[in-house]
Design a protein around this ligand. Structure first.
Ligand code: F6P
Ligand code: MN
Length: 281
């Protein structure tokens, strides 16, 4: 088994277990994560499950998570950067959540150009795992159920552009973005759910845009480069889409710390070009 196979296998097994047991962890409160956000019990629970499985692998040398301040050294091998439960504030209302895994061939901080694979799991009405790897030509999707994974074909962004999931309140985003958002809201169907993985999944299925821009509350954007923006950019670019922080691919963003944030836009290349034309200077 290759190193990447062993990592994908460990994520698959753990995600199956998470999917079956999420309800038991939906309510209870937890502490605060290193980005200053409220954790719920489920964030810490999922982080421990993924850590126990992944840190045990020969293929994994370092484990860095949204839920811990610093990296955990596990020997030689790839660096795992993980958001164990993305969008966990959605749990209480029983809306979808996800897991994001970046596999870097370098210690962090590092740009997305060091990624050799990325995985996103969506815990929706059913659980799917989407995998992009440097040793595969296409992005593969799997259905996770009863401890197994069933191949569900390849993922390619459609040419159509249908949905728009844009975070942030009106009046709290830059003027340039507000005016582009006005245009896009006339062309696309606004659908924002508040979990990056779910909001990106609808874009991968129907085409369009997901974005978390800079806002008054989050001047650098809310999403974290290592755990969210770069791995998801790796997947969407491999599926034929594009990504930007406003001026460059999210894979080129150089984070200055484990928990560095960035403005994040993921979707059809044509819309990404329009964002760069509006925001880049
Ligand atoms: O991980 C951060 C996150 O939960 C994302 O999954 C999601 O896109 C975002 O926060 C939602 O933030 P807000 O509640 O500000 O829309
Ligand atoms: Mn997240």
């Amino acid at each position: 088994m290759s190193s990447l196979d062993s990592i994908v296998g460990a994520v698959q097994t753990t995600a199956n277990y998470v999917s079956e047991n999420l309800a038991s962890h939906a309510g209870a409160e937890g502490g605060t994560n290193p980005s200053g956000e409220e954790q719920i019990d489920a964030d810490v629970w999922a982080d421990k499950l993924f850590f126990d499985k992944l840190s045990d692998l020969d293929a994994v040398g370092e484990y860095v998570t949204e839920e811990r301040e610093t990296a955990v050294d596990c020997g030689d091998g790839y660096t795992i950067a993980i958001d164990p439960l993305d969008g966990s504030s959605n749990l209480r209302s029983n809306n979808p959540v996800g897991t994001i895994v970046g596999i870097y061939d370098a210690p962090l901080p590092a740009s997305g150009r060091e990624l050799v694979g990325a995985i996103m799991v969506l815990y929706g009405p059913y659980t799917t795992m989407t995998v992009a790897r440097e040793d595969r030509d296409s992005v593969l999707r799997f259905l996770l159920r009863d401890g197994f994974s069933e191949g569900w074909g390849t993922v390619e962004l459609p040419d159509d552009q249908v949905v728009l999931g844009l975070a942030g309140k009106r009046g709290q985003r830059s003027e340039a973005l507000e005016s582009l958002a006005n245009e896009l809201e006339r062309e696309l169907k606004p659908r924002y759910g508040g979990a990056t993985i779910a909001d990106l999944s609808q874009v991968m299925e129907y085409g369009g845009l997901f974005g978390y821009p800079a806002t008054d509350g989050y001047p650098d954007g809310k999403l974290r480069v290592h755990f969210e923006s770069a791995p998801l950019a790796y997947i969407i670019e491999a599926a034929g889409g594009g990504s930007t922080d406003g001026t460059q691919s999210l894979l080129d963003v150089e984070p200055d710390g484990y928990h560095a944030r960035t403005q994040t836009f993921l979707g059809n290349e044509e819309i990404i070009d329009r964002i760069e034309a509006s925001l880049g200077n």
